[in-house]
Ligand binder design. Structure first.
Ligand SMILES: [Zn+2]
Length: 299
């Protein structure tokens, strides 16, 4: 009898602890932060997570630049919040490191190269993959989730809509089916998967907020980060690929919903205005090359 009571008491305690953990890890549905009162993250580092060569720019700028080649950057960001480290996107798989043939999700269109590994770049500031507490992914394209499996103990944060999408039945577009199959393979089954719905304040203090930006994929997201000296920064995910596309609301042809993409770009524009934020565009190589690279950082 006593043993039974003890067992019930401990299972209640475990349930309570799990509930508390869930509550402190992500505040789904909370309002966007007050621009004046928002908390701050201490450091923001850019990591070089690959570069890619595409043979037809017009895929990203429909109606223009047909047959012209273009080079993109692949960018990851590392954020220090108190004693926690959050990695935003994980880039091209480390298996592609120094491989002259490169790696591809759609070989006829685009080939990725990796000149530096995530692991080596983390080591530049004394970190190991096991030190990363949270991995948040903008969406499930292979060049963003290529190294999620380097962080088996981290909480993996993504939109529920994205997770449901890659686990939905195949549609009629073979390219999209291929990308979904690759996404399932690269994502695997994270031990600590945290699915969120819409804009979500990660730490509950307004310093790091997941911003829902569907369109490029059904559960795409961006990240709003508040820093003491640099102010607000928005990490784009793939809500837009190039500065010029953002200026003119141009949606690439590899995209799941054009209308949603334009609405998401408008949402980002509003956030830029409200928070006087800078927009760092993941794949815009011209812009990325101008930004600080780990071990340098923004604070
Ligand atoms: Zn993408």
């Amino acid at each position: 009898m006593l043993r039974q009571t003890k067992a019930v008491a401990s299972s209640v305690l475990i349930a309570f602890l799990l509930m508390m953990e869930g509550a402190s890890s992500a505040h789904a549905g909370t309002k966007l932060p007050d621009p004046v009162k928002a908390g701050v993250a201490e450091q923001l580092f850019r990591l070089d997570c690959g570069r890619s060569l595409a043979n037809d720019e017009s895929v990203w700028t429909p109606g223009e630049n047909a047959g012209r080649s273009i080079e993109f950057s692949s960018t990851c960001w590392l954020i220090r919040h108190g004693s926690d480290w959050l990695l935003w996107d994980t880039g091209v798989p480390e298996s592609a490191f120094n491989d002259p043939k490169g790696w591809s999700t759609l070989p006829k269109l685009i080939v990725y190269h990796l000149d530096k590994t995530l692991t080596d770049q983390l080591a530049e500031i004394g970190l190991k993959p096991g030190d990363i507490g949270r991995v948040a992914v903008s969406h499930t394209h292979g060049d963003h989730i290529g190294n999620v499996n380097l962080f088996p103990n981290a909480a993996v944060l993504m939109q529920r809509a994205e997770y449901s999408w890659i686990h939905s039945p195949n549609g009629s577009n073979e390219n999209v089916n291929q990308l979904m199959a690759l996404a399932r393979k690269l994502l695997g089954t994270p031990k600590n998967l945290q699915l969120v719905d819409g804009d979500t304040d990660v730490y509950g203090d307004g310093s790091v907020v997941l911003i829902s930006t569907p369109g490029h994929t059904p559960g795409s997201q961006a990240l709003l980060v508040h820093l003491k000296n640099s102010g607000f920064v928005i990490l784009s995910g793939d809500v837009v690929h190039l500065e010029g596309n953002f200026e003119r609301s141009i949606v690439p042809s590899l995209n799941t919903n054009n209308q949603e993409s334009v609405a998401s770009m408008n949402k980002i524009r509003k956030l830029i205005e409200t928070y006087k934020a800078k927009l760092f565009i993941n794949h815009d190589k011209k812009q990325s090359d101008q930004l600080k690279l780990i071990p340098a950082f923004y604070n």
